[in-house]
Write a protein that binds this ligand. Structure first.
Ligand code: DAH
Length: 361
């Protein structure tokens, strides 16, 4: 062998040994891949050596080429072997991970969303009244003074305005203090005979405590037809409360003053929270006002363009928020407008989840 050949042979030999030891110490498939590329890849060390072949005498080239090819073959086999070893080791690691999984651990309970208690009660009442032939309408939350007061028989300067602390807006309008303005709006739009309910958000400039909020929900009801009397009013109110509470509820009727009804009543219900013994929610009286109502005042019918010689009607203003509190035992009204979910959870406990996988059951 010429000295050039010898040198070449030892270079190839060294390279092969180095490659073998590097492959052995490669701890992962990625590392092995890198070793392979470094030695027998396109730009690898072996090709680098082979580039020197050109400078050798022609008769020696074949032999060197053969040595190089042999080394490459050997290395390929070595790499393949090492790859198998590494793959087996990775498989074992995966297996031991599976072994750590304990199928007896109870599954984590998925958080299931729920409708707001007020929404639940609202929908329930809408359903009851739809069966009785009422339509569900809405009115603006930013209301005119005319619909909120005047058309309800509460003229400017009338002391009844003091009963409702109002948010007045810079544009001359106000945030409606009740859903009653929808009464005259509905009369104007649909005429008589008429059966509507109007649920919605109301606002009062209130000092907030356990039973007062600046934002709350009411549900207005209005029925106008021929020969409507207080007997019809009482029958419908009892049906409503029986449906909401799913049992016979104890009620009492007291005279109540509202300028838009004559006669007007306060319909009270036995407090659901204390059962009548007295608690902060019922102001220790055992009764909670749930349903102010009455026969629609002729002036209001006239504002709505209804012929008072032919038609009479009754109206009621249900405190939707208060009713939801009663139904679900929510003691503090502030919970309902806050991010505190305990009130919502209280409702869910009684009714079950109302949204499952994003849709109502
Ligand atoms: N709008 C009244 C309020 O918020 C409640 C009310 C009373 C509504 C009597 C009515 C009614 O429809 O007939 O204080």
């Amino acid at each position: 062998m010429s000295s050039g050949m010898e040198e070449m042979a030892s270079q190839i030999d060294d390279l092969q040994k180095k490659a073998e030891s590097d492959a052995q110490s490669a701890g992962s498939l990625e590392a092995l891949q890198a070793v392979q590329a470094a030695f027998i890849g396109r730009g690898g060390a072996l090709n680098e050596i082979l580039r020197g072949i050109g400078k050798m005498p022609a008769e020696q080239r074949g032999q060197v080429g053969q040595m190089a090819n042999q080394a490459k073959k050997t290395l390929e086999e070595r790499f393949a072997l090492r790859r198998k070893e590494l793959e087996a080791a990775a498989g074992q690691a995966e297996q031991s991970k599976v072994a750590q999984y304990d199928p007896t651990i109870p599954a984590r309970r998925e958080a299931v969303g729920s409708l707001h208690p007020v929404t639940i009660v609202q929908r329930q009442i809408e359903e009851v009244f739809s069966r009785l032939g009422f339509i569900v309408v809405t009115g603006p939350e930013m209301e005119s003074e005319y619909y909120n007061f005047e058309a309800l028989n509460i003229p400017p300067m009338h002391p009844a305005r003091d009963m409702q602390d109002t948010f007045w807006l810079g544009n001359g309008k106000l945030l409606r203090t009740h859903t009653s303005p929808v009464q005259v709006r509905a009369m104007e739009k649909y005429g008589a005979p008429l059966r509507v309910i109007a649920p919605g958000r109301c606002f009062r400039y209130e000092t907030i405590d356990a039973s007062h909020e600046n934002t709350f929900f009411q549900l207005e009801g209005l029925l106008i037809d021929r020969n409507i009397s207080i007997a019809n009013l009482i029958a419908v109110m009892k049906l409503l409360l029986t449906e909401v509470f799913q049992r016979e509820v104890e009620v009492r009727l007291r005279p109540g003053f509202f300028p838009f009804v004559e006669p007007g009543f306060e319909l009270d219900m036995r407090c659901e929270i204390c059962g009548g013994a007295g608690c902060p929610t019922c102001k220790h009286s055992g009764w909670v006002e749930v349903l102010p109502c009455g026969m629609v005042h002729p002036n209001v019918l006239k504002y709505g363009g209804i012929d008072t010689d032919v038609y009479t009607g009754f109206a009621f203003g249900l405190g939707l928020t208060r009713l939801a509190m009663m139904k679900y035992g929510v003691r503090d009204i502030r919970v309902l407008n806050s991010g505190d979910l305990r009130g919502i959870i209280a409702a869910e406990k009684l009714t079950g989840p109302t949204i499952v996988n994003g849709s109502r059951p």
